[in-house]
Design a protein. Structure first.
Length: 298
């Protein structure tokens, strides 16, 4: 008779929540919503017939059942990861899958990939630019290029490019907006999917944050840049992603430049740091960046 197994996906939710002692932080790490994590934990608790966490005034803590269960879950997940890595490495056909944000993939990575192909013609690159970023533990994802502060758990993170935020617009409207003291008088272009946009820039420059409901709203940085090029308004330019438009003159800088709190990082699983294909790509991309390579281990 086959053993009765718990809902397997909930084990990953439990491990992350137990390690971070936060459903919110676990959701951020796993690229899920806190509600999804909470429901997954609830399903596992119902299957086990015991609470795994206690909700206290000081936050989330493991229950006695949770303390007993977590070492078994971690051991099981580690065994699955190790076994999967051996199969992937043994049967690899020289393919490297990289998850990257669409705009970074198209504007920064793609123009440089021919250099990697010249150095490593036998490594076939697969780029995944879907909006829902894949986890490294998921099948088929070898490396990820993420926007953040680099404080992810259980990975090796190499800092690639620091992002600079500067308002940009088409030359045709530059004279109309450059001297505006109140930026809300300008037609602003917002990116709804960006974690840092006009509110962050305004705070860093000592201005009042503009109303995000006013002006044009787009769900991608690329669309915002295109709208700005068409003279529809002022967008937050993000160097190095906007460098091509600034160099060509299709966009010009309007106000102050500030450094974002986040950067682009190359992220890989610690367990696969010695994989020859990963080593090759990691070495190459760190030579491509224009800032000193900074490696952090978590």
């Amino acid at each position: 008779m086959r053993p009765r197994l718990p809902p397997l996906n909930s084990l990953r939710l439990f491990e992350s929540s137990a390690r971070l002692l936060s459903f919110k932080n676990a959701a951020e790490e796993l690229l899920l919503t806190p509600s999804a994590v909470s429901h997954g934990i609830q399903s596992l608790e119902e299957w086990l017939g015991a609470p795994l966490f206690l909700r206290t005034t000081k936050g989330l803590v493991l229950s006695e059942a949770g303390k007993t269960y977590i070492p078994f879950v971690r051991q099981a997940l580690d065994l699955l990861a190790s076994g999967s890595a051996k199969i992937v490495n043994k049967h690899s056909l020289g393919q490297l899958s990289i998850s990257a944000a669409p705009t970074f993939g198209a504007r920064w990575l793609l123009p440089r990939l021919h250099k990697f192909r010249e150095l490593h013609p036998n490594i076939h690159i697969v780029i995944d630019t879907s909006h829902e970023r894949a986890e490294l533990s998921d099948t088929g994802v070898d490396l990820a290029i993420r926007m953040g502060r680099g404080n992810w758990q259980g990975v090796i993170a190499d800092k690639l490019v620091a992002e600079e935020m500067v308002p940009v617009c088409a030359p045709s409207i530059y004279d109309r907006v450059r001297d505006l003291a109140d930026i809300e008088q300008a037609p602003l272009i917002h990116v709804t999917s960006a974690s840092e946009d006009w509110a962050v820039w305004a705070t860093e420059t000592g201005r009042a944050a503009p109303d995000p409901a006013k002006g044009f709203r787009f769900d991608t940085i690329h669309m915002a840049f295109q709208a700005a090029c068409q003279g529809l308004g002022v967008a937050i330019g993000r160097k190095p992603l906007v460098n091509a438009e600034l160099s060509s003159g299709s966009l010009v800088e309007v106000w102050e430049t500030v450094f974002s709190n986040t950067s682009y990082w190359l992220v890989g699983a610690e367990s696969r740091a010695d994989d020859p294909q990963i080593v090759a790509f990691r070495s190459w991309i760190l030579e491509e960046v224009t800032v000193p390579a900074l490696t952090q281990h978590y």
